[in-house]
Design a protein around this ligand. Sequence first.
Ligand code: HEC
Length: 444
Amino acid sequence: MNGATDWVALFGRFHPLLVHMPIGMIGAVVVVGLISLWRDAARPAYQILLALTALSAIAAATAGWMLASEGGYETGTLFWHRWTGIGLAALLTIAAVFAQLPRCECRRVGVLRVLPLAGALGLVAVAGHLGGSLTHGPDYLTRYAPAWLGGGSTPETSLPDDTSITGDAAVVLAMVRASCVECHGPTKRKGDLRLDEPEGIASVVVAGDPSRSELFRRVSLPRGHGDLMPPDGEPLDDETVLAVMRWIRDGAAMGAIGSELQEEADAATEDAARIQSLRDTTGAIVTSIPVDGARLLEVDYSLGVGEVTFAELGPLASMAERVFEVNLAGRIVSDEVVGKLTPMPALERLHLERSNVDDACLARWIEAAPNVRYLNIHSTGVTDASLGTIEALPRLDRLVLFGTALSERGVTSLRAARPEVDITGELGLPAQPSPDGQASQDGG
Ligand code: HEC
């Protein structure tokens, strides 16, 4: 929102408040009007009340016109609501003018006095109902009515599940996915709220009423407010916040959003379970990370000590196509175990520093990880015998090799053959970790 005061928008927002004045007053007008038929003393009160009612109707209609200029309303209903509202203001004005005319016994003038008021009474009902439909949805009045009165048919259930989601609903769905699910999803459920499930969203939404919807409040608070969502990073842009507001105001239909989210939530719950079972079986730290729209896995064994068995490495096969990084820094893995591994085509980052890896074992690793881009073998027993294998890695772009037994000549020839590879590390350090197990440098 820009900082300038928008008087049209500001006054427009008073429409919902102002409309209640003519609606309430018109009843009083009728009562006082009837009294004035018998009691002349009530006439001035009738005239003043009717004039005030007409003025309030004009004010409400003007504010309504301004509010409508903000857009976002269902146009058919809006058309009829607008013109019945204006018609109502016009009829009340006519009635107010006639009421000022001097009293006369002739019938015609009497009819002229009564007709506009009767018309206004009819229009107030129609305009009021249409206005309710605009803000609360078309079935607002009848939602809890018995079926023979047209009740119970909510728009959400009439939405076919396969509707491609468009408009405000699509914006809301995209927002939830991009900015909320990381904290309100299957893995984390901050504030005990899951926004990746229809019930979760429904629990923080009052359909038709953004101002009472916690979802809207949380995303529309001023920057820096402690309750603002998302809590860190950039607040949502105005377009998104407005879409949330309109979507709730228009009934927060969950049909298509709901089924899509439910599918995703089920998939995510299932995925979280698979990842948890990978943690349990491998004993490693398994982290799911977004890479180019997919959720890939980082598997870190480096916090353990000693030997890693096939029982711990083998289960990677169940997610072989999603393993992006494996960290075996400082661990011991036998050639035989590495030889049994299922190839992991997505494996791009391989940490073997300070492990027992030697030339034979490295060759096996490269068979299992043919697309590796980052390879760390510092402080290992790798020698010039591995140069050919390393050189042939098609996607390699970063190599960390200080503390290996590679020769100066060998590394120079590697640099010449693969000039685009970023090679880190001076040579000539001991090939194995020092006896206390601490490498003197860290490969990062
Ligand atoms: C970085 C994590 C994080 C992100 C991202 C996040 N939230 Fe929250 N949310 C929280 C925490 C923590 C709480 C509980 C503390 C509180 O109420 O402020 C919370 C609470 C809420 C609540 C109140 C729950 C209740 O029952 O009253 C709502 C509503 C909410 N968040 C909506 C959202 C929406 C919408 C988004 C996306 C635009 C979002 N959150 C993104 C962390 C997050």
